[in-house]
Design a protein around this ligand. Structure first.
Ligand SMILES: Nc1ncnc2c1ncn2[C@@H]1O[C@H](COP(=O)(O)OP(=O)(O)OP(=O)(O)O)[C@@H](O)[C@H]1O
Length: 359
Protein backbone atom coordinates (compact mmCIF):
# COMPACT_ATOMS: atom_id res chain seq x y z
CA UNK A 1 0.00 0.00 0.00
CA UNK A 2 1.16 3.52 -0.73
CA UNK A 3 1.33 5.66 2.39
CA UNK A 4 -1.35 8.33 2.57
CA UNK A 5 0.18 10.88 4.89
CA UNK A 6 -0.83 14.50 5.12
CA UNK A 7 2.17 16.73 5.70
CA UNK A 8 2.04 18.75 8.88
CA UNK A 9 0.86 22.29 8.32
CA UNK A 10 -0.36 21.65 4.78
CA UNK A 11 -3.44 23.63 3.65
CA UNK A 12 -5.37 20.33 3.38
CA UNK A 13 -5.09 19.99 7.17
CA UNK A 14 -7.04 23.13 7.77
CA UNK A 15 -9.47 22.46 4.96
CA UNK A 16 -12.42 21.46 7.09
CA UNK A 17 -12.04 24.58 9.26
CA UNK A 18 -12.36 27.01 6.34
CA UNK A 19 -15.65 28.35 5.11
CA UNK A 20 -16.71 27.41 1.57
CA UNK A 21 -16.63 30.16 -1.05
CA UNK A 22 -18.24 27.88 -3.64
CA UNK A 23 -20.37 24.86 -2.90
CA UNK A 24 -21.92 22.77 -5.64
CA UNK A 25 -24.15 19.91 -4.72
CA UNK A 26 -25.60 17.40 -7.18
CA UNK A 27 -25.48 19.86 -10.09
CA UNK A 28 -26.88 18.53 -13.38
CA UNK A 29 -27.13 20.19 -16.77
CA UNK A 30 -28.21 18.27 -19.84
CA UNK A 31 -28.30 19.43 -23.45
CA UNK A 32 -30.87 17.13 -25.05
CA UNK A 33 -29.61 13.65 -24.26
CA UNK A 34 -26.06 14.89 -23.51
CA UNK A 35 -25.30 15.25 -19.81
CA UNK A 36 -22.73 18.08 -19.84
CA UNK A 37 -22.70 18.13 -16.00
CA UNK A 38 -23.91 14.97 -14.40
CA UNK A 39 -24.31 15.36 -10.64
CA UNK A 40 -21.28 17.44 -9.65
CA UNK A 41 -20.62 18.14 -5.98
CA UNK A 42 -17.58 20.28 -5.27
CA UNK A 43 -16.47 22.70 -2.58
CA UNK A 44 -13.85 25.44 -2.90
CA UNK A 45 -12.81 26.74 0.49
CA UNK A 46 -11.59 30.20 1.43
CA UNK A 47 -7.93 30.76 0.59
CA UNK A 48 -7.32 27.53 -1.30
CA UNK A 49 -6.34 26.91 -4.90
CA UNK A 50 -8.50 24.16 -6.35
CA UNK A 51 -7.53 22.83 -9.78
CA UNK A 52 -10.34 21.39 -11.89
CA UNK A 53 -8.92 19.31 -14.71
CA UNK A 54 -10.62 17.54 -17.57
CA UNK A 55 -10.27 16.74 -21.23
CA UNK A 56 -12.05 18.66 -23.96
CA UNK A 57 -15.79 18.08 -23.62
CA UNK A 58 -15.56 16.94 -19.99
CA UNK A 59 -17.91 19.72 -18.87
CA UNK A 60 -15.57 22.45 -17.59
CA UNK A 61 -17.08 25.34 -19.55
CA UNK A 62 -20.61 24.33 -18.63
CA UNK A 63 -19.58 24.26 -14.98
CA UNK A 64 -18.08 27.76 -15.21
CA UNK A 65 -21.23 29.05 -16.90
CA UNK A 66 -23.35 27.55 -14.13
CA UNK A 67 -21.10 29.17 -11.52
CA UNK A 68 -21.47 32.67 -12.87
CA UNK A 69 -25.15 32.24 -13.59
CA UNK A 70 -24.91 32.24 -17.40
CA UNK A 71 -26.34 28.74 -17.44
CA UNK A 72 -29.00 27.39 -15.09
CA UNK A 73 -28.59 23.82 -13.90
CA UNK A 74 -31.52 21.40 -14.41
CA UNK A 75 -31.16 20.39 -10.77
CA UNK A 76 -28.82 20.70 -7.80
CA UNK A 77 -27.60 23.57 -5.69
CA UNK A 78 -24.90 26.21 -6.27
CA UNK A 79 -23.90 28.46 -3.41
CA UNK A 80 -21.48 31.38 -3.68
CA UNK A 81 -20.41 32.61 -0.23
CA UNK A 82 -23.37 30.75 1.24
CA UNK A 83 -25.96 32.26 -1.14
CA UNK A 84 -27.99 29.94 -3.35
CA UNK A 85 -27.78 31.33 -6.89
CA UNK A 86 -29.72 28.87 -9.03
CA UNK A 87 -33.05 30.66 -8.56
CA UNK A 88 -31.82 34.26 -8.74
CA UNK A 89 -33.08 36.69 -11.37
CA UNK A 90 -30.63 38.39 -13.78
CA UNK A 91 -30.73 41.50 -11.60
CA UNK A 92 -30.13 39.56 -8.38
CA UNK A 93 -27.19 37.79 -10.04
CA UNK A 94 -25.26 41.02 -10.68
CA UNK A 95 -23.81 41.45 -7.17
CA UNK A 96 -22.97 37.73 -7.06
CA UNK A 97 -21.08 38.00 -10.37
CA UNK A 98 -19.09 40.90 -8.95
CA UNK A 99 -17.80 38.52 -6.27
CA UNK A 100 -16.21 36.39 -9.01
CA UNK A 101 -13.19 37.72 -10.92
CA UNK A 102 -12.49 35.87 -14.15
CA UNK A 103 -9.34 35.43 -16.18
CA UNK A 104 -9.50 33.98 -19.67
CA UNK A 105 -7.30 32.14 -22.13
CA UNK A 106 -7.39 35.01 -24.63
CA UNK A 107 -7.31 37.76 -21.99
CA UNK A 108 -10.46 39.57 -23.26
CA UNK A 109 -8.96 43.05 -22.96
CA UNK A 110 -10.46 46.10 -24.66
CA UNK A 111 -7.95 47.10 -27.33
CA UNK A 112 -8.97 50.79 -27.36
CA UNK A 113 -8.46 51.19 -23.64
CA UNK A 114 -5.15 51.55 -21.82
CA UNK A 115 -3.88 49.12 -19.20
CA UNK A 116 -5.20 51.28 -16.35
CA UNK A 117 -8.57 51.78 -18.07
CA UNK A 118 -8.96 48.04 -18.65
CA UNK A 119 -8.19 47.33 -15.02
CA UNK A 120 -10.48 50.09 -13.76
CA UNK A 121 -13.41 49.09 -15.96
CA UNK A 122 -15.16 46.77 -13.46
CA UNK A 123 -14.90 49.57 -10.90
CA UNK A 124 -16.50 52.07 -13.28
CA UNK A 125 -19.40 49.63 -13.72
CA UNK A 126 -19.58 49.29 -9.93
CA UNK A 127 -19.90 53.09 -9.63
CA UNK A 128 -16.50 54.04 -8.18
CA UNK A 129 -15.29 57.63 -8.70
CA UNK A 130 -12.56 58.18 -11.29
CA UNK A 131 -10.02 59.14 -8.63
CA UNK A 132 -10.63 55.97 -6.63
CA UNK A 133 -10.61 53.81 -9.76
CA UNK A 134 -7.26 55.11 -10.92
CA UNK A 135 -5.73 54.78 -7.45
CA UNK A 136 -6.90 51.16 -7.26
CA UNK A 137 -5.63 50.47 -10.80
CA UNK A 138 -2.20 51.89 -9.89
CA UNK A 139 -2.05 49.62 -6.84
CA UNK A 140 -2.92 46.57 -8.95
CA UNK A 141 -0.48 47.49 -11.72
CA UNK A 142 2.30 47.32 -9.13
CA UNK A 143 0.94 44.10 -7.66
CA UNK A 144 1.01 42.28 -11.00
CA UNK A 145 4.45 43.62 -11.97
CA UNK A 146 3.46 46.08 -14.71
CA UNK A 147 4.87 49.29 -13.27
CA UNK A 148 5.35 51.87 -16.01
CA UNK A 149 2.72 50.30 -18.30
CA UNK A 150 -0.39 52.14 -17.04
CA UNK A 151 -0.81 54.16 -20.23
CA UNK A 152 0.16 51.38 -22.65
CA UNK A 153 -2.42 49.79 -24.95
CA UNK A 154 -2.84 45.99 -25.08
CA UNK A 155 -1.32 45.85 -28.58
CA UNK A 156 2.01 46.99 -27.10
CA UNK A 157 2.08 44.17 -24.53
CA UNK A 158 3.33 40.58 -24.66
CA UNK A 159 0.93 37.68 -23.98
CA UNK A 160 2.20 37.37 -20.42
CA UNK A 161 1.79 41.11 -19.82
CA UNK A 162 -1.74 40.99 -21.22
CA UNK A 163 -2.60 38.21 -18.83
CA UNK A 164 -1.18 40.29 -15.96
CA UNK A 165 -3.63 43.02 -16.95
CA UNK A 166 -6.38 40.36 -17.00
CA UNK A 167 -5.43 39.27 -13.49
CA UNK A 168 -5.34 42.86 -12.21
CA UNK A 169 -8.77 43.56 -13.75
CA UNK A 170 -10.18 40.37 -12.19
CA UNK A 171 -8.87 41.45 -8.78
CA UNK A 172 -10.01 45.08 -9.05
CA UNK A 173 -13.22 44.74 -7.05
CA UNK A 174 -11.61 42.40 -4.45
CA UNK A 175 -13.61 39.31 -5.46
CA UNK A 176 -14.22 36.35 -3.19
CA UNK A 177 -13.20 33.98 -5.98
CA UNK A 178 -10.75 34.20 -8.83
CA UNK A 179 -11.93 31.90 -11.60
CA UNK A 180 -9.15 31.05 -14.03
CA UNK A 181 -10.38 29.52 -17.29
CA UNK A 182 -7.38 28.02 -19.13
CA UNK A 183 -5.54 31.26 -18.33
CA UNK A 184 -2.13 29.95 -19.35
CA UNK A 185 -3.15 27.75 -22.30
CA UNK A 186 -2.16 30.35 -24.90
CA UNK A 187 1.21 31.13 -23.30
CA UNK A 188 4.68 29.62 -23.79
CA UNK A 189 6.11 27.49 -20.94
CA UNK A 190 8.29 30.25 -19.48
CA UNK A 191 5.47 32.81 -19.47
CA UNK A 192 3.10 30.17 -18.08
CA UNK A 193 5.51 29.61 -15.18
CA UNK A 194 5.68 33.34 -14.42
CA UNK A 195 1.87 33.74 -14.52
CA UNK A 196 1.39 30.72 -12.24
CA UNK A 197 3.96 32.15 -9.86
CA UNK A 198 2.02 35.43 -9.83
CA UNK A 199 -1.25 33.62 -9.08
CA UNK A 200 0.39 31.67 -6.25
CA UNK A 201 1.86 34.88 -4.86
CA UNK A 202 -1.53 36.62 -4.98
CA UNK A 203 -3.13 33.64 -3.29
CA UNK A 204 -0.54 33.76 -0.48
CA UNK A 205 -0.35 37.52 -0.04
CA UNK A 206 -4.03 38.42 -0.43
CA UNK A 207 -5.56 35.08 0.58
CA UNK A 208 -7.60 35.07 -2.65
CA UNK A 209 -9.47 31.82 -3.32
CA UNK A 210 -8.73 30.43 -6.78
CA UNK A 211 -10.62 27.93 -8.91
CA UNK A 212 -8.31 27.01 -11.74
CA UNK A 213 -9.81 25.26 -14.76
CA UNK A 214 -7.29 23.57 -17.02
CA UNK A 215 -6.58 20.55 -19.17
CA UNK A 216 -2.89 20.55 -18.15
CA UNK A 217 -1.73 18.55 -15.15
CA UNK A 218 1.52 20.50 -15.02
CA UNK A 219 -0.47 23.64 -14.18
CA UNK A 220 -2.19 21.83 -11.32
CA UNK A 221 1.11 20.41 -10.10
CA UNK A 222 2.71 23.85 -10.04
CA UNK A 223 0.19 25.75 -7.94
CA UNK A 224 -2.92 23.89 -6.80
CA UNK A 225 -3.53 22.66 -3.25
CA UNK A 226 -6.25 20.24 -4.29
CA UNK A 227 -7.30 18.77 -7.60
CA UNK A 228 -10.65 17.54 -8.87
CA UNK A 229 -10.74 15.48 -12.06
CA UNK A 230 -13.84 15.83 -14.23
CA UNK A 231 -14.77 13.26 -16.87
CA UNK A 232 -18.01 13.08 -18.85
CA UNK A 233 -19.64 15.57 -16.49
CA UNK A 234 -18.68 13.77 -13.27
CA UNK A 235 -15.99 14.36 -10.67
CA UNK A 236 -14.12 11.05 -10.80
CA UNK A 237 -11.34 11.86 -8.34
CA UNK A 238 -10.54 14.58 -5.83
CA UNK A 239 -7.82 15.13 -3.24
CA UNK A 240 -4.60 16.94 -2.28
CA UNK A 241 -2.44 17.27 -5.39
CA UNK A 242 0.51 15.25 -4.02
CA UNK A 243 -1.81 12.42 -3.00
CA UNK A 244 -3.57 12.20 -6.39
CA UNK A 245 -0.17 12.27 -8.14
CA UNK A 246 1.18 9.56 -5.84
CA UNK A 247 -1.80 7.28 -6.09
CA UNK A 248 -4.29 8.03 -8.88
CA UNK A 249 -7.38 5.87 -8.49
CA UNK A 250 -8.99 6.18 -11.91
CA UNK A 251 -7.89 5.44 -15.46
CA UNK A 252 -8.87 9.02 -16.44
CA UNK A 253 -6.51 10.48 -13.84
CA UNK A 254 -3.71 8.09 -14.80
CA UNK A 255 -4.11 9.12 -18.44
CA UNK A 256 -4.03 12.81 -17.55
CA UNK A 257 -0.88 12.21 -15.50
CA UNK A 258 0.86 10.07 -18.10
CA UNK A 259 2.92 12.92 -19.59
CA UNK A 260 4.39 14.08 -16.30
CA UNK A 261 4.69 10.88 -14.31
CA UNK A 262 7.40 8.29 -15.05
CA UNK A 263 6.13 5.38 -17.12
CA UNK A 264 7.85 2.17 -18.14
CA UNK A 265 9.60 3.05 -21.43
CA UNK A 266 7.58 1.54 -24.31
CA UNK A 267 10.55 -0.42 -25.76
CA UNK A 268 11.00 -2.16 -22.38
CA UNK A 269 7.25 -2.75 -21.97
CA UNK A 270 7.15 -4.29 -25.47
CA UNK A 271 9.56 -7.08 -24.63
CA UNK A 272 8.11 -8.10 -21.26
CA UNK A 273 6.83 -11.66 -20.96
CA UNK A 274 4.60 -13.22 -18.33
CA UNK A 275 6.59 -16.35 -17.48
CA UNK A 276 9.61 -16.08 -15.19
CA UNK A 277 12.44 -15.61 -17.65
CA UNK A 278 15.16 -13.04 -17.02
CA UNK A 279 14.77 -10.06 -14.71
CA UNK A 280 11.46 -9.37 -12.99
CA UNK A 281 10.40 -5.79 -13.72
CA UNK A 282 8.66 -4.09 -10.81
CA UNK A 283 6.68 -0.86 -10.72
CA UNK A 284 7.17 0.76 -7.30
CA UNK A 285 5.25 3.75 -5.86
CA UNK A 286 5.94 5.37 -2.53
CA UNK A 287 5.22 8.80 -1.09
CA UNK A 288 6.33 10.24 2.23
CA UNK A 289 9.62 10.72 4.05
CA UNK A 290 10.98 7.23 3.19
CA UNK A 291 10.57 7.70 -0.55
CA UNK A 292 14.04 9.14 -1.20
CA UNK A 293 15.89 6.40 0.72
CA UNK A 294 13.98 3.43 -0.58
CA UNK A 295 16.44 2.25 -3.21
CA UNK A 296 19.51 2.59 -0.99
CA UNK A 297 17.86 0.24 1.51
CA UNK A 298 16.85 -2.18 -1.24
CA UNK A 299 20.37 -2.43 -2.50
CA UNK A 300 21.56 -3.47 0.98
CA UNK A 301 18.82 -6.11 1.01
CA UNK A 302 19.76 -7.78 -2.31
CA UNK A 303 23.29 -9.26 -2.53
CA UNK A 304 23.12 -9.35 -6.36
CA UNK A 305 21.72 -5.82 -6.52
CA UNK A 306 19.02 -4.62 -8.91
CA UNK A 307 18.77 -2.47 -12.02
CA UNK A 308 17.10 0.93 -12.09
CA UNK A 309 15.19 0.93 -15.38
CA UNK A 310 13.42 4.28 -15.08
CA UNK A 311 11.86 6.71 -12.61
CA UNK A 312 12.78 9.02 -9.77
CA UNK A 313 11.59 11.10 -6.82
CA UNK A 314 9.34 14.09 -7.38
CA UNK A 315 8.57 16.78 -4.80
CA UNK A 316 4.99 18.02 -4.68
CA UNK A 317 3.69 20.25 -1.88
CA UNK A 318 6.80 19.39 0.15
CA UNK A 319 6.01 15.68 -0.17
CA UNK A 320 8.40 13.19 -1.74
CA UNK A 321 6.58 11.15 -4.34
CA UNK A 322 8.65 8.28 -5.76
CA UNK A 323 7.88 6.13 -8.78
CA UNK A 324 10.47 3.63 -9.95
CA UNK A 325 10.72 0.79 -12.42
CA UNK A 326 13.38 -1.68 -11.36
CA UNK A 327 14.72 -4.99 -12.61
CA UNK A 328 15.36 -7.75 -10.06
CA UNK A 329 17.87 -10.38 -11.20
CA UNK A 330 16.58 -13.96 -11.44
CA UNK A 331 18.50 -15.12 -8.35
CA UNK A 332 16.91 -17.64 -5.93
CA UNK A 333 14.72 -15.59 -3.56
CA UNK A 334 15.62 -12.07 -4.79
CA UNK A 335 12.13 -11.22 -6.05
CA UNK A 336 10.38 -12.34 -2.85
CA UNK A 337 12.93 -10.45 -0.72
CA UNK A 338 12.60 -7.30 -2.81
CA UNK A 339 8.79 -7.32 -2.63
CA UNK A 340 8.82 -8.01 1.13
CA UNK A 341 11.30 -5.17 1.72
CA UNK A 342 9.41 -2.67 -0.43
CA UNK A 343 6.03 -3.50 1.09
CA UNK A 344 7.50 -3.33 4.61
CA UNK A 345 8.40 0.29 3.82
CA UNK A 346 4.89 1.09 2.65
CA UNK A 347 5.50 0.98 -1.11
CA UNK A 348 2.91 -0.17 -3.63
CA UNK A 349 4.58 -2.87 -5.73
CA UNK A 350 3.45 -4.40 -9.00
CA UNK A 351 5.24 -7.16 -10.95
CA UNK A 352 4.86 -5.94 -14.53
CA UNK A 353 6.50 -8.94 -16.22
CA UNK A 354 9.91 -10.39 -17.01
CA UNK A 355 12.59 -9.07 -19.33
CA UNK A 356 14.28 -11.97 -21.14
CA UNK A 357 17.02 -9.66 -22.41
CA UNK A 358 18.41 -9.31 -18.88
CA UNK A 359 19.21 -12.78 -17.53
N1 LIG B 1 -25.03 24.78 -25.62
C1 LIG B 1 -24.81 23.47 -25.79
N2 LIG B 1 -25.63 22.74 -26.55
C2 LIG B 1 -25.44 21.41 -26.74
N3 LIG B 1 -24.43 20.72 -26.15
C3 LIG B 1 -23.56 21.39 -25.40
C4 LIG B 1 -23.70 22.80 -25.17
N4 LIG B 1 -22.69 23.20 -24.35
C5 LIG B 1 -21.95 22.09 -24.09
N5 LIG B 1 -22.47 21.01 -24.71
C6 LIG B 1 -21.94 19.64 -24.63
O1 LIG B 1 -21.69 19.35 -23.26
C7 LIG B 1 -20.48 18.63 -23.10
C8 LIG B 1 -19.53 19.41 -22.19
O2 LIG B 1 -19.09 20.57 -22.88
P1 LIG B 1 -18.17 21.68 -22.23
O3 LIG B 1 -18.00 22.76 -23.24
O4 LIG B 1 -18.72 22.07 -20.91
O5 LIG B 1 -16.79 20.88 -22.03
P2 LIG B 1 -15.31 21.44 -21.72
O6 LIG B 1 -14.72 20.52 -20.74
O7 LIG B 1 -15.39 22.87 -21.37
O8 LIG B 1 -14.59 21.30 -23.13
P3 LIG B 1 -13.42 22.26 -23.76
O9 LIG B 1 -12.20 22.08 -22.90
O10 LIG B 1 -13.25 21.70 -25.14
O11 LIG B 1 -13.95 23.65 -23.77
C9 LIG B 1 -19.94 18.38 -24.50
O12 LIG B 1 -20.39 17.10 -24.91
C10 LIG B 1 -20.59 19.47 -25.32
O13 LIG B 1 -20.73 19.07 -26.66
Amino acid sequence: MTLQQTPAGHPADAESGREPVVRLSGVRRHFGQTPAIDGVSLTVRKGEILGLIGRSGAGKSTLIRCLNGLERPDSGSIQIEGREITKLSEEELQPVRRRIGMIFQHFNLLSRKTVEENIALPLKIAGWTKEKRLARAAELIDLVGLSGKARSYPSALSGGQKQRVGIARALAASPALLLSDEATSALDPETTASILELLKDINKRLGVTILLITHEMEVIRTIADRVAVIDAGRIVEEGPVWSVFANPHTETTRNMLSGIRPNLPPHVAARLVGEPSGEAILGVDLSGPDAGNLLAGLSAELPDGFRLVHGGVDHIQQQSVARFFIGIPPAADALARAIAYLQRHGAKVEVLGHDPRHV
